[in-house]
Design a protein around this ligand. Structure first.
Ligand code: 0O2
Length: 248
């Protein structure tokens, strides 16, 4: 009897769930590339391990921050492994053959983690904390907050590698970390839906409305940040007054 591995179950469940033939085709296309089904399973295992490591690191940082500052910079974390369909599409877009070797070499966001924060200042604080981790190597940074995309997209992206310790070797594995505020995430998820619905060719008035909403998101983030700073300052001065009067 054939052993059923965790990764078989994971991927086949996804295929069944989506009921999507093109998804299944993409999965088969990558598998039949000559690299072998075993290497496909192995890369998935490694990317999942890398994601788990980054997730754990983020949870530890968040817990420590709560302990020291009584405040959580991270609202929540989402992670995903890119679908075979999306991997094949991206490889084709960049002119590469759909092989497992090409996917590992050229696709930077097979393993992706999204960190959602309350305030813009948290984003840069988290990025600094990631940079300071000795075993994480930062390969690239895209600051779409300082330089938003033409679509209006705002987010902070880091491509990093994290070492995955296997029984016989260490594999430095690429992970894309996207850090953004709740408001930026709200915008991006709607824009993503619209992008797919119109296959990247949305009507002009929808595109300009999205750009306008992106400006509003940026304005909202700035106002929420200054409001929070004011609240913290007021709380601090109240605390100072209390301490001074208590000493008298
Ligand atoms: P999905 O479905 O989220 O996986 P590179 O990865 O560096 O080779 P790329 O893909 O142009 O080149 O990098 P970039 O610009 O950093 O984008 C990577 C991811 O950011 C995208 O992955 C999206 O998740 C997100 N993103 C980038 N631009 C936009 C945008 O205009 N709108 C939204 N909603 N998301 C965006 P994928 O593979 O495109 O998609």
């Amino acid at each position: 009897m054939k052993n059923i591995h965790f990764y078989d179950v994971l991927w086949y469940t996804d295929i069944i769930k989506t009921g999507d033939r093109s998804y299944k085709r993409a999965y088969m296309e990558l598998n039949s590339s000559g690299d072998g089904i075993d290497s496909w399973k192995e890369v998935n295992l490694i990317y999942n391990a890398a994601l788990r490591q980054i997730e754990t690191k983020m949870e530890i940082l968040n817990d420590e921050f709560q302990h020291v500052h009584q405040y959580n910079p991270i609202e929540h974390i989402k992670s995903r492994i890119k679908t075979p369909e999306s991997i094949v599409k991206k490889l084709k877009r960049h002119g590469y053959e759909s092989t497992i070797e090409n996917m590992v070499r050229y696709i930077n966001d097979i393993a992706g983690i999204r960190i959602i924060c309350s305030f813009t200042s948290d984003i840069y604080r988290i990025a600094d904390m990631i940079r300071d981790q000795k075993d994480i190597r930062v390969l690239a940074i895209k600051d779409y907050i300082t330089y938003p995309k033409a679509s209006g997209y705002r987010s902070y992206h880091m491509i990093v590698t994290v070492p995955v310790y296997l029984s016989d070797r260490i594999v430095d594995t690429k992970v894309e970390i996207q850090i953004r505020t709740v408001a930026m995430d709200f915008w991006a998820s709607l824009e993503h839906k619209i992008h797919y619905k119109f296959e990247g060719d949305a009507p002009e008035h929808i595109k300009s409305e999205l750009i306008e909403c992106s400006r509003m998101v940026s304005d909202l983030d700035a106002r929420m940040l200054s409001l929070n700073e004011e609240i913290l300052a007021l709380a601090q001065s109240k605390e100072d007054t209390y301490q001074t009067s208590g000493k008298k």
